[in-house]
Every structure is written in structure tokens, then in C-alpha cells.
Write a protein that binds this ligand. Sequence first.
Ligand code: SIN
Length: 280
Amino acid sequence: MAIELDVHPLSNGFGAEVRGVDLATCGTGIHRAVVDVFHRHGVLLLRGQTLTPSQQMAFSRAFGTPETNERREYTYPGIPEIFVLSNKVENGRTIGDVDAGQGWHTDSSYLANPVMCTMLYAMEVPPEGSDTLFADLVAAFAALPPERQAALDGLQVQHSWRALMELLKADVAPGDDRFPDVVHPLVRAHPVDGRRALWVSSGTTRGIVGMPNPEGLELLAELMAYVTQERFVFRHKWQAGDVLVWDNRCTLHTGTPFDKTRYVRHVHRTWMLDDAVRGR
Ligand code: SIN
């Protein structure tokens, strides 16, 4: 028998809140039903949750294989799949990355198989600031005139880990080629229902294949400005106990700042791979 969940739209046909589920105790059948909702809505919210790290891992696994994070200085002790976003200080050191995810992007687009989705579980949040913003790339593509859709469909974007490192001013040795540049389609069909997303991003993009720069970079900048207009953007205001999951195949997101001298933000993040893609 199909499991009926109490599902409410977050904004304008984009995003869904599932109510009445306690993720810590509901079991794998309900986890799977929640994941089904996620696949159709871009952003998924469940409020009022209390999760241990292993309970967050159990829910994360319902989406796909959780990815370990390379930056071990900020992973949860003993669980390298949980990345800590926090400005808490313990034993004289900040225990998490305070500034992760500022600037519009989709996660790990510099990889051939980027992570499918990202989960944040918020334990402490500031009373103001630190909202997370989401751009609905499906609505943005659908709102384009058919001739513009046709002109963009088929274009390929070059994504580069090195470009991101340059932006972050990170030290990378000249010969360090651990993530060579990759190419992704600009218009991407969602594997679950075929809805098409204008899969542009910033931070990792070097240009459009076959289009000289600055023309390619100018087109990407124009599309970024287009998809991040207010009409396509949902602003999530955090409450402690929120579990938020977004679909990197059809959304962009950005964190926003908060006053770190006054407030604490303490969040656990997991990244899940699309097992169907990995198995191919
Ligand atoms: C992220 O992009 O990974 C984090 C965004 C946020 O903390 O709001």
C-alpha cells in the first residue's frame, strides 16, 4: 500500500515541506516515501527534527551513497561523510567551516558525476541572517521563449575545479590535476520525470564549448543573472531542527552571511551521490 505523506508546497510550485514525520524513528519505508517527494520538488523541508549523526546518516542513505568529504579538518569525528558548518569554538579552534557555500552554485559541478543532493540538518541557527536561497532552474527554463530554449539546448559548459580554487584563493600546486576539467550540458533533463533545467552555475565555469570567450562567459553571466531573479528564487529562513535537502540536478543555491560575533550557526551537511549514475 502506498504511504500517504502530508506534503505542502514551499513556494509557487517549487519545493515541498513534509509534515508529521519524525525522521529519527519513522523507519526506512517512510524514508523512501520522503525521498520520492524530494525527486519531484527540487527542495525538501522537514521541521522539528532531532537527529543523532548516525540517524542523519540513515536518512541520508535513503537518497543514495553519502560522499566522504576531503576536508577532514571539518568532518564530524569518526564520520567523514558529515561535514560540519559551524562557527562554534571548541578547544581553541572553530569546529566547522563558517563560510561554506556563499555564492550561487550547484554542488561539485567540477566532477564528472556531481553529487545528486545535499542535506543540511540545523541544530543551532541565528535569529537573523544565514538564510539559504534556491533558484528553480526548471521554472527558469520553462519561462524562456521556445526559440531561446532551442538555441540553448545542446550547448555544453566547461566546469573547472581549478577555476573554483582560483576564486577561493586556495593554494594548489601547479601539477595538481586531481580533478581535470569536465563538460556538462547547459540544459539538463531530470532523470526521474524529464523536466528540463537551465543548468548554469558560477564559480566553476570557464566557458561554453565551441564558443570563444568573452562571448561564452558573457552568455553564462547573462543566464546566471536571469535564473537568480527574485521570481525564480525561494528563500529558506532557518529554524533549529530543520532538515533541508536540495536537488543539485535542477536547483542552484547560495548561503548568506550572518553576524558571527553575536550568533552561532551549527549545521551538519551530507552529500549524496546518484547511485543510478554511479552504477552505469
Ligand atoms: C552549502 O552550500 O553547502 C551551504 C549553504 C548554507 O549553509 O546555507
